[in-house]
Write a protein that binds this ligand. Structure first.
Ligand code: GLN
Length: 493
């Protein structure tokens, strides 16, 4: 029974709860037991079994009274440890937030809680969400539940690595992620699950530890496109506490999958065929286009000429905003404090010891590109190029309804690989960063296994606030791919 309860999709579990096949508490207990057996993966920074049991009981109570709050009521999920959770340790995977228990709940996690979702714990991540491998966490790396034919310990991707690994290992049914330059989509691809970064402004950023405020966006990660759609609806909505939250209605995203793509025009950006992309990913991309063609879509080549500048632009803008956002960690009001002889020395000690190496690198880069002598040459120029990148997409979307690209240039790599070469690490984001700079929705769909037996993802990009088309195209790909493989962790234990 335990196994069955952890193998379902959210949609199946919601139906089972509705029929009374099992209770929310039974579902939660099965997942708590699964989490205990999966500690070697290091998916969680904090497990919250007591909160989970309490919420599961409350969900069963509502169901008994006919007051169920929808498909997420009673569903066990993980919350990335970048979302502030009231009274529950929130670390951003950094030493500098030691002991920080926020007195408030982020909007997105509050909305999920209010929809009845059961939080099992706070998922591990790259420190301050900076990374593509979950190896920059102060709480240690997360292991991908997939080991592939080489039988190696692999990264789950990042920064939402704990969320992705937990969903793939069947120890939670869904998870929240955040995506600044790819942190939902790339780990989803590496772990063989689905994940969508909605349009910038769809989900409130209030209560999410800030990395780069003009890029940060929350989104769901789950085992199917439909499950992502079920989670996404309650996560969205206008929030007056976030000035960049879009004042627009949230559609019922769960109604989007299942539709046809007949007559849709899908663009293939020519510039995404780049050096360094593995042959199997190029082949899968071609296969994805073929699947959509067979489903009645028209495949059109489009051009996004400024793509080649996207990584350089992102790695100026994101660190610039990070250096400003992270100025607040001074050891005075909350988190770590390392004493010193003077106030300045206390700041230096706290920030020097509290931030990890990658975070320090970004603060240094960000401070440099914002400094008086270099602001125009770097930051201002990057903002201009960002506008050109966004315009490329606008032009492309005059001719097509969605774009199809790979999610990442390679499958999951070994833990420790690429860690001493930041540029190689940053190249992971080459297909996800342009979408982030343009603020567009992007979905990663598990689309196949590569030669090493590792999952590969395809990305669907849509017009602003057109997540529905993205989900629809994504589900058609998902069904054509018929991805049903399970990671070694689940099949071998
Ligand atoms: N990997 C990218 C980075 O390191 C993206 C991270 C993210 O989306 N949070 O910045």
């Amino acid at each position: 029974m335990t196994t069955d309860l952890t193998r379902m999709t959210i949609a199946e579990a919601a139906a089972g709860l509705g029929r009374g096949d099992f209770s929310a508490l039974e579902l939660t207990e099965a997942h708590i037991a699964a989490i205990e057996k999966a500690r070697a993966l290091n998916c969680f920074i904090t497990e919250t079994p007591d909160i989970a049991r309490e919420r599961a009981r409350a969900s069963d109570g509502r169901r008994a009274k006919g007051e169920t709050r929808g498909p997420l009521d009673g569903i066990p999920i993980a919350v990335k440890d970048l979302f502030c959770t009231e009274g529950v340790l929130t670390t951003a995977a950094s030493h500098i937030l030691d002991g920080f228990k926020p007195p408030y709940e982020s909007t997105v996690s509050a909305k999920l809680r209010d929809a009845g979702a059961v939080m099992l714990g706070k998922a591990n991540l790259d420190q301050f969400a900076m990374g593509s491998s979950n190896t920059t966490s102060h709480y240690g790396p997360v292991k991908n539940p997939w080991r592939g034919s080489a039988g190696k310990d692999l990264v789950p991707g990042g920064s939402s690595g704990g969320s992705a690994a937990a969903v793939a290992a069947r120890i939670v049914m869904g998870a929240t992620g955040t995506d600044t330059g790819g942190s939902i989509r790339q780990p989803a691809a590496f772990c063989g699950i689905a994940g969508i970064k909605p349009t910038y402004g769809r989900c409130s950023r209030w209560g999410i530890v800030a990395f780069a405020s003009s890029l940060d966006q929350a989104g769901p990660m789950a085992r199917t496109v439909r499950d992502c759609a079920l989670m996404l609806t309650p996560m969205c909505g206008h929030d007056p506490r976030d000035s960049t939250s879009a004042p627009i209605e949230t559609p019922d995203f769960a109604a989007a999958p299942g539709g046809s793509v007949k007559g849709l025009k899908i663009g293939i950006p020519a510039e995404y065929r780049m050096d360094g992309m593995s042959g199997e990913i190029a082949a899968l991309w071609e296969q994805g286009a073929q699947w959509l063609r067979e489903a009645g879509a028209e495949i059109v080549e489009v051009s996004l000429p400024h793509t080649r500048y996207a990584l350089a632009t992102y790695y100026i803008i994101a660190p610039a905003e990070a250096s400003s956002n992270l100025a607040r960690y001074d050891g005075v009001r909350y988190g770590l404090r390392v004493p010193g002889e003077s106030l300045d020395e206390m700041y230096e000690n706290t920030r020097g010891q509290g931030f990890g190496a990658e975070v320090r690198r970004r603060i240094l880069i960000g401070t440099y590109v914002l400094s008086a002598g270099y602001y125009d040459a770097y930051y201002k120029k990057a903002q201009r190029v960002r506008a050109l990148i966004a315009r490329d997409f606008e032009k492309a979307f005059e001719a097509v309804d969605a774009l199809l690209t790979p999610t990442a240039p390679t499958p999951a790599f070994g833990i420790g690989e690429k860690s001493d070469d930041p540029i190689t690490m940053y190249l992971n984001d080459v297909f996800t960063v342009p979408t982030s700079l343009a603020g567009l929705p992007g979905l990663s769909v598990p689309a196949g296994l590569g030669a090493q037996g590792l999952p590969l993802g395809l990305q669907v990009i849509g017009r602003p606030f057109d997540e529905e088309t993205v989900l629809r195209v994504g589900e058609v790909l998902e069904q054509a791919a018929g991805f049903s493989a399970l990671p070694e962790f689940v099949t071998e234990g």
